[in-house]
Design a protein around this ligand. Structure first.
Ligand code: NZQ
Ligand code: ZN
Length: 384
């Protein structure tokens, strides 16, 4: 096991009817900017609940944060934060609203061009305190210090991490997810699956406990997501899927393990160039990354075939790894997800060229062994 340090400062408030607790968590002397997306919170009643709970607080609003939140939009909020002396940000909505809010929090305190936080990894030295009421189980953003931001003018989608943007608290009421369109529910299930796998499916460094946590999450996710799709108002199934999503990317499960993230890196480019949803892009890329890198990931993929898919442990590892790849594709398809670029009208040769050239420009190599070169990204996408 590798050395690690861990501190997760976010307070989690989980369960039915918990939104009203927001009032106790934010001091009354704070001037709050409540951020949200395109209006789902107005339709499903979450907006009303939050506003009622905060009736004795000072609250301004900033709506319209898009899925794959845009730098251009977020900079408008930064102006408001500065002009109105906002000293607390409350994100109400999905991972995009929360990621956008993390960026607003950091950019409002940043000296210089805030885009460099993303383009150059410029150091964040401070941020406005933030918290969230998260309504979509997917990103784990509610318990991590990361955010992914897109820039319209350059078709870029880049991530940043900073301990200054950990949410102070996150309220997770699974009932808020009853209103999710099935497509977004599926996106979240796939995102959670792939987060867990990018932390699990690498090479062995003797982490049996972490492996069992991650495989346990996958088994739970597969069972509970079936129930959610059959009955979207099954509270327990919604709660279990949400907790899978939060734990899927709070980095607790993979402490001391080796991580990959190449599927996410390639997926982000598919979103940046072609506007695919995050969850759509991942389902296309993951199986092929595994196929290409089967030898590097053999032990873990084989273990998963036995532990999750019930395969015979005495089969050759090579065969077991193929079983995991095949069963994973079947799982994505069982969710009604299309998993080929052509299913979305994307020309794979064009995508392979554009994206591999971009990685070449950035001198980026991907994968847990840093051996996925831009040329291999080209090959991966030509098979997607
Ligand atoms: O914008 P509104 O109207 O709120 O509608 C949203 C949006 O259209 C809707 N929605 C959210 N909650 C709902 C709801 N509709 C009905 N009922 C609800 N309860 O769903 C749509 C998608 O929302 P979005 O926030 O974009 O989805 P998600 O939470 O999947 O976030 C995706 C973004 O997170 C990034 C992705 O790249 C993408 O930009 N990620 C963030 C990570 C992180 N911070 O650690 C890691 C991830 O790997 C990921 O990259
Ligand atoms: Zn993701």
């Amino acid at each position: 096991m590798n050395n690690f340090e861990f501190q997760a400062p976010t307070k989690i408030i989980f369960g039915r009817d918990t939104i009203k607790q927001v009032a106790n968590e934010i001091p009354k002397n704070k001037k709050i900017l409540m951020t949200y997306g395109g209006g789902s919170i107005r339709k499903n009643g979450v907006y009303k609940k939050v506003m009622e709970a905060l009736s004795e607080h000072t609250v301004m609003e900033f709506g319209g944060i898009e899925p794959n939140p845009k730098f251009e939009t977020l900079m408008q909020a930064v102006e408001i934060v500065k002009n109105e002396n906002i000293d607390f940000l409350l994100s109400v909505g999905g991972g995009s609203t929360l990621d956008g809010t993390k960026f607003i929090a950091a950019a409002a305190k940043f000296e210089g061009d805030p885009w460099t936080i993303l383009s150059e990894g410029a150091e964040i030295k401070d941020a406005i305190p933030l918290a969230d009421i998260i309504t979509l189980p997917a990103t784990g953003s509610e318990m991590n210090n990361g955010a992914v931001i897109s820039r319209l003018s350059t078709n870029e989608k880049l991530a940043f991490h900073s301990n200054f943007v950990y949410p102070k608290f996150s309220i997770i009421d699974p009932e808020t997810t009853y209103s999710l369109p099935e497509k977004q529910t599926v996106n979240g299930i796939i995102d959670t699956f792939v987060h867990t796998m990018e932390q699990y499916a690498t090479y062995e460094v003797n982490t049996p406990l972490q492996d069992q946590w991650m495989l346990g999450l996958i088994k739970t996710l597969m069972e509970e997501s079936k129930k959610v799709l059959q009955n979207p108002t099954n509270y327990d199934a919604r709660a279990n899927v949400f907790w899978c999503a939060t734990c899927g990317l709070n980095y607790w499960m993979s402490l001391g393990c080796i991580q990959d993230w190449s599927t996410h890196m390639i997926g982000h480019e598919l979103t940046a160039f072609y506007g695919l949803d995050h969850g759509e892009s991942l389902a296309i890329v993951l199986p092929r990354v595994w196929k290409n890198r089967k030898n590097d990931k053999m032990q873990k993929l084989a273990k998963m075939a036995v532990e999750v898919f019930g395969a015979n442990e005495f089969l050759p590892k090579n065969i077991l790894a193929d079983i995991t790849i095949d069963k994973t594709k079947k799982f994505f398809k069982s969710l009604g997800r299309r998993i080929k670029l052509s299913d979305y009208g994307i020309d794979k040769a064009e995508a392979a060229k554009k994206i591999s050239e971009r990685f070449k420009e950035r001198k980026a190599v991907l994968g847990e062994k840093c051996n996925i070169t831009p040329d291999e990204v080209y090959d991966i996408l030509m098979h997607c």
